[in-house]
Design a protein around this ligand. Structure first.
Ligand SMILES: NC(=O)CC[C@H](N)C(=O)O
Length: 730
């Protein structure tokens, strides 16, 4: 086995940076050339068809058959002219990733002629016998049909394979024969619709011209890069996406010399390459940098409409994985591939803006508009306060369980960071007496609302320890895991905010009818109460500290460290009530998602547990025993030569090895028993609980012993590529 390690090290150190095809011209010359953009549609469709499609996209109405035929025909000619041979409905099942089945444009007509075919019906809807995709019991196996349907809100694009041919990908939603939602995209679309409705009605209190409110999102993506040969030399990376063993290297991230440091040339080449591919399909990537841990990096696009942003993020991950092959890298999206150093997250920068061009979370120089700003801000705080548990549940996975609360990642407690100055503004609103809002801006000034723009301009205090931070003109949800499909957390955020805004509007209307005072006074009265009700969620301090855990408990905030506990919020009464009321997900669909996520959790821990057993016994213990045998020979020889003192330290090492090996063997056996016990449990909830508590409790114990052995056994013999090699060779 150590031979594999040495070969891998050799390969990794002799890489040549591949040539990258840089397109001619400026980025704007090739941006979106592989996307069937609105521009392309305008050029290729008849004016009438274009008008109808645009209307359907805006209104969400169905597209008529003949119009769909025209769009399909235009898409086909466009795609074929760009080298596409196939098409696929590209959708997001509940696996967390994407799914695609490629069909050729090529076909044989009824009279035996070879033709290229793509009808409107094939564009709009496809039937998939995808009974192997997770459905949480929604779809009985005897009714295995599922449907994918075109989502015209997200433009079609072409993905090329290494052979150079392309597939036209049509972003689609996915549902069962019975109409139950089986994907991540449809609920997100639903949530955007309800958010639009609720936010528009609140925005109308301030401006009657607002007709539409859109959620936007910009997703920062963290990742690790490991040389391909090194990656394949670690069975745990290959099977679990993370290392289950590995002693910390002498140098980790303690010198803080990697973050924002000069990007190594081989990495930079990879970044340039995948960014070009991303830009060609219209993903507006803009930022790249070294992250905190050695071997860790980040990419971020500019923000977009939320549905598009989530599609683009998951697509970007796919492009990164594929581009990495050419560069002999493997991209790790796991939340915690290496113990003891930074994990990887996805920071979702979320905001809402109107069709009149106003960012509702953006500061304004007019105090009156600041009232609108605080209205949205405080409603969001209240929504997150009241429904923190379901927000937390969306980021609960086996991978993220290792990350939350460890090394620069936010803790499992959901709290909101506002910055000291904004906190003060809220305190003023809560505590200062509002006399009747007078003419002019006096009252706003008294309340400190006139200060907001300047506060937000120099709002430099950032708090990385907060899972949900206000950053001047948007909220940053930092707890999302790096492998996650952002569509799910963003769908929940949209929904709880929509629900809250709807409640606010109702309360406001009610008060208006019964209270003759000015609308500003009424708004402030309601906001005062909201602040009182939800200020427990506001926290400015160090989210990593023990004191915060204690303080949060006192405040009654939840702290679900284990994913199965956090996931329960999927089926809580309040979640079901809101999601059914807002028509985003039904109780049945929530239950299915809960079951799927528990199953996924169990399977992930099961795979890791098996991997730990296998590596510990078949790689580590066997190597340790072989090395021990050599030491026994040496000590025997020394004793024969009557060199007792010299033999002593060697005998001590022999004993140390035995001690570690004994614990490892014992604990691997006990862990296998714990697994067996859990597997016999019928209830998925109870099984997940046993996996998260009993089975998982052996992971650290076994790891500790293995990592000790790594320090004892001859480096020449050690079978697992070491942390220093995985993290620093590039
Ligand atoms: N510099 C950073 O933003 C670190 C974030 C951290 N990697 C996380 O897991 O979220």
């Amino acid at each position: 086995m150590s031979e594999l390690r040495w070969k891998a090290l050799d390969a990794a150190q002799n890489r040549i940076i591949p040539t990258i095809n840089i397109p001619e011209g400026k980025v704007t010359d090739f941006y979106g050339i592989h996307t069937f953009t609105d521009e392309a549609m305008k050029t290729l469709l008849s004016p009438d068809a274009y008008k109808k499609v645009s209307f359907a996209i805006k209104s969400g109405e169905n597209i008529e058959g003949n119009v769909a035929d025209e769009v399909a025909s235009a898409m086909k000619s466009w795609a074929i002219s760009k080298g596409a041979t196939h098409y696929t409905h590209w959708f997001q099942p509940l696996t967390g990733g994407t799914a695609e089945k490629h069909d050729a444009f090529f076909d044989i007509s009824f009279d035996g002629q070879a033709i290229e075919k793509f009808k409107g019906s094939a564009l709009v809807q496809q039937e998939s016998d995808a009974s192997s995709l997770p459905n949480g019991g929604i779809r009985e196996t005897f009714e295995a049909r599922g449907y994918t349907a075109w989502d015209p809100n997200s433009p079609a694009f072409i993905l090329y394979n290494t052979a150079g041919t392309g597939t036209l990908c049509i972003p689609s939603i996915y549902l069962s024969y019975t109409g139950d939602l089986l994907d991540a995209k449809t609920p997100l679309l639903n949530s955007s619709t309800v958010l639009d409705k609720a936010a528009t009605s609140v925005a109308n209190i301030f401006d009657r011209n607002v007709e539409k409110v859109t959620a936007t999102c910009g997703i920062e993506q963290e990742y690790f890069l490991v040389d391909k040969a090194l990656f394949y030399s670690r069975p745990d990376l290959l099977m679990c996406g993370r290392t289950v063993f590995g002693h910390s290297p002498a140098k980790g991230q303690q010198l803080e010399d990697h973050y924002f440091g000069s990007i190594p040339p081989r990495i930079n080449a990879f970044m340039v390459d995948f960014e070009i591919e991303a830009l060609k399909i219209g993903i507006p990537v803009r930022t790249r940098h070294n992250e905190v841990a050695p071997g860790q990096f980040e990419v971020a696009p500019t923000f977009e409409e939320i549905n598009l942003a989530c599609d683009h993020n998951i697509l970007l991950m796919d492009i990164m994985k594929k581009t990495a092959i050419k560069h002999n890298f493997e991209v790790l999206f796991h939340e915690k591939p290496f113990a003891g150093i930074n994990g990887s997250g996805k920071h979702n920068n979320w905001s809402i803006s109107t069709d009149t061009g106003v960012n509702l979370l953006g500061p304004s120089s007019k105090p009156k508009e600041s009232l609108r700003f605080v209205t949205f801000l405080i409603n969001i705080i209240k929504a997150v306060h009241d429904h923190a548990d379901i927000l937390r549940a969306t980021v609960a996975t086996a991978g993220n369980e290792h990350r939350l609360g460890a090394n620069e990642a936010p803790p499992a407690i959901i709290s909101i960071f506002l910055g000291t100055q904004m906190t003060k503004v809220l305190e003023d609103i809560e505590n200062k007496e509002i006399v009747e809002i007078e003419k002019g801006e006096n009252a706003y000034i008294k309340l400190g609302l006139n200060r907001i723009p300047s506060i937000l301009l120099d709002n430099t205090d950032r708090n990385r320890t907060s899972p949900f931070a206000f950053t001047g003109n948007k909220f940053e949800f930092r707890a999302v895991g790096s492998t996650a499909n952002s569509a799910t957390p963003m769908m929940v955020l949209n929904t709880i905010v929509a629900n809250q805004l709807e409640n606010f509007r109702k309360e406001y209307d009610f008060e208006r009818e019964n209270d003759p005072s000015k609308k500003e006074g009424i708004i402030l009265k309601i906001l005062k109460r909201y602040i009182k009700e939800s200020k427990a969620i506001l926290f400015e301090g160090n989210g990593y500290s023990q004191e915060w855990e204690e303080e949060a408990a006192k405040r009654g905030l939840s702290n679900f460290k284990l994913a199965p506990d956090a996931l329960k919020a999927y089926i809580s009464d309040s979640t079901v009530e809101i999601f059914e009321k807002m028509k985003v997900l039904t109780k049945k669909e929530l239950q299915a998602r809960y079951d799927i996520r528990l199953e996924n959790y169990i399977k992930k821990i099961q795979i890791e547990s098996r991997m730990i057993g296998d590596l510990a016994q078949n790689h580590v213990v066997s190597t340790a025993v072989k090395y021990q045998t050599r030491l026994v020979q040496t000590s025997k020889s020394l004793l024969e030569m009557e060199l007792k003192d010299e033999a002593e330290p060697i005998i001590q090492i022999i004993k140390d090895i035995s001690r570690h090996v004994k614990i490892i063997s014992l604990k691997v056996g006990e862990m296998t028993d714990a697994r067996r016990k859990a597997n016999n449990i019928e209830s998925v909830e109870e099984r997940a609980r046993l996996y998260s508590t009993e089975v998982k409790s052996f992971f650290d114990i076994i790891r500790k012993e293995v990592d000790k052995l790594e320090l004892i056994i001859d480096d020449e013999d050690w079978p697992l590529t070491k942390y220093r090699e995985l993290l620093f060779i590039r």
